[in-house]
Write a protein that binds this ligand. Structure first.
Ligand code: KIV
Length: 298
């Protein structure tokens, strides 16, 4: 018997009635309906790798959605790339809710994941449940992400028992930058790698539907990916993960300064935007813009 799946906006539908794959220009295949955490699990089972990209506003959310990116992360990296903070630590839950709402307005089918910011869940299960509940109720995100293993395993179990999908995040966890002594590759030593593996298994057992692996050696990422049934999503973790994530601004060449080794810039939008703004300035100065076709006449 075909399983039943809830389709946002149109009630219950037979899964078999839904068009299962829509591919945009040969990019990531994605169901022609809202992506669920179960779709991601099925992709891992089929050996299909996928991309996750961050977004912080409605237009980037809408474009990623249109391009068939299955998971859009409203990462707290937006604190730095969008809001200009020096780290991810200052961003508040209210600020994250504001940006997640905007992204979710744009991204209709992609699975929008709202990052829980520093200080909104580290106090334990009930604080985490309160923050995650706000994230789902007030934004349109359908999952949350939180950083860390150890005590966060029980927090993850608490949220998933409450019906909130959780994406874990292990390795270089930027919210713990002071504890780590900066942005350093993690789990290089055997004991730390074993601990990370145990944390990943703990998170998966606690119900996490995916785990971001950031800033760890390739071999450690491979061990985790082989050990857990849920997709691993790498960033600076080498090629042996089920998916990869990049930050919008890094991927598109909007970030300035020294970039981490793992960043690949697929475009140089900073230079494109600079040329456009310079041309606008020059045309305004010369009186070339607006031309008659840009006016409503006399
Ligand atoms: O905040 C973020 O953008 C993230 C990704 C880099 C995984 O956590």
């Amino acid at each position: 018997m075909a399983s039943l799946e809830r389709i946002a906006g149109s009630g219950w539908q037979e899964e078999s009635q839904v068009s299962v794959h829509t591919s945009v220009d040969g990019a990531t295949a994605r169901p022609g309906r809202p992506v669920s955490i179960h779709d991601l699990l099925a992709m891992k089972q089929r050996g299909e790798r996928f991309a996750m990209v961050t977004a912080s506003d409605a237009s980037s959310g809408a474009l990623l959605d249109e391009l068939g990116v299955p998971v859009v992360l409203v990462g707290d990296s937006l604190a730095m790339v969008t809001l200009g903070y020096d780290s991810t630590l200052p961003i508040t839950l209210d600020e994250m809710l504001h940006h997640t709402r905007a992204v979710a307005r744009g991204a209709r089918n992609a699975l929008v994941v709202g990052d829980l910011p520093f200080g909104s869940y580290q106090d334990g299960a009930s604080q985490a449940l309160a923050s995650a509940t706000r994230m789902l109720k007030e934004t349109g995100a359908r999952a949350v992400k939180l950083e860390g293993g150890g005590p966060m395993i029980e927090v993850t179990a608490h949220l998933t028992r409450a019906g909130i999908p959780v994406m874990g995040h292990l390795g270089l966890t930027p919210q713990s930058m002071h504890q780590m002594g900066g942005f350093k590759v993690q789990a290089r030593e055997d004991r730390a790698a074993d601990r990370l593996l145990a944390d990943a298994i703990g998170l998966a057992d606690a119900g996490a539907f995916a785990i971001v692996l950031e800033g760890i050696p390739n071999g450690v990422a491979r061990r985790v990916t082989d050990a857990v049934a849920v997709p691993t999503i790498g960033i600076g973790a080498g090629p042996h993960t089920d998916a990869q994530v990049l930050v919008w601004h890094d991927l598109l060449g909007l970030t300035t300064g020294r970039l981490p080794r793992f960043v690949k810039q697929y475009a140089n939008l900073r230079s494109e935007i600079s040329s456009a703004i310079k041309a606008f300035q020059a045309e305004v100065a010369d009186g070339e813009y607006p031309a008659p076709e840009h006016t409503y006449g006399d």
